[in-house]
Design a protein around this ligand. Structure first.
Ligand SMILES: C[S@@+](CC[C@H](N)C(=O)[O-])C[C@H]1O[C@@H](n2cnc3c(N)ncnc32)[C@H](O)[C@@H]1O
Length: 238
């Protein structure tokens, strides 16, 4: 099931970079665990991500008919703006108000504010509305493995015939890096949902259309931190 979709890389970064201490902006390898720590991560840099769309989104969504899209953990809005520019009506949700403010500013700057709405939402506490989105896209969002309801909520937000796209960094590679950097108290990336656990929760109402790992295309980034994406694309049958 390995497919490769080499693309010009347009996106940066990952689940990383700030310690559990919300005032720390410099350490690597620890996964933020709250709105405050995500805010602290974003506040540590003027712009955290590249502003472009993720490789896997470009590969998997380019061929879909446009409609309503939900970008979960949208960060600074790179994916949401890419979708909006291609005709999707997009809702971007995130726990971080710092990221959401940047995303809204970016949408204004490129004249897409009418096509995209950004809202604060914590997926672990509040599900999105059911059967409301033709595409639910989740890139690099650490959702606790014990929270099956959060994933079911995302799946239920997809319309019949619609697509769930769930993308993570290769969790084994991230775990290795965290160990190598000596973050002995860091959460293990394998404690968060990955494509296998999400696929297992979907059940018979879904068809898995893609489930594979593939290299990310920007070499300097890939070599540094997160060389491979693991991608799940599933279509809701009923
Ligand atoms: C690694 S960043 C990825 C951002 C964006 N998807 C991208 O690819 O650039 C993960 C994002 O998920 C958000 N996030 C983490 N936990 C969340 C939750 N429970 N509900 C909603 N957003 C969450 C963070 O604030 C952060 O913006």
């Amino acid at each position: 099931m390995h497919q490769h979709h080499p693309r010009p890389h347009v996106h940066d970064d990952s689940v990383e970079s700030v310690g559990k201490n919300p005032h720390s902006h410099s350490s690597h390898g620890v996964i933020p665990a709250s709105a405050e720590t995500w805010d602290a991560m974003y506040s540590g840099r003027e712009q955290y991500f590249s502003g472009g769309a993720n490789d896997a989104l470009i590969a998997e969504a380019a061929g879909l008919p446009t409609g309503r899209a939900l970008d979960v953990g949208c960060g600074e809005g790179g994916d949401a703006l890419w979708l909006a520019a291609r005709g999707w009506q997009v809702t971007g949700v995130d726990v971080s108000s710092v990221a959401l403010a940047r995303a809204a500013e970016a949408a204004e700057a490129v004249g897409l504010a009418e096509q995209v709405a950004f809202e604060q939402l914590d997926l672990t506490t509040a599900p999105p509305p059911q059967k409301s989105f033709d595409l639910v896209s989740v890139h690099y969002v650490p959702l606790p493995i014990g929270d099956a309801e959060g994933i079911r909520g995302l799946a239920q937000a997809v319309t019949v015939g619609g697509t769930l796209l769930f993308v993570t960094h290769d969790p084994e590679a991230v775990a290795r890096r965290i160990r190598a950097e000596g973050h002995t108290h860091a959460p293990d990336p394998r404690d968060f949902h990955g494509t296998d656990s999400v696929a297992a929760l979907l059940g018979a109402a879904w068809e898995i259309e893609a489930h594979d790992s593939r290299p990310r295309s920007r070499p300097e980034h890939a070599e540094r931190d997160h060389p491979d994406d693991v991608v799940l694309r599933a279509r809701r049958l009923r």
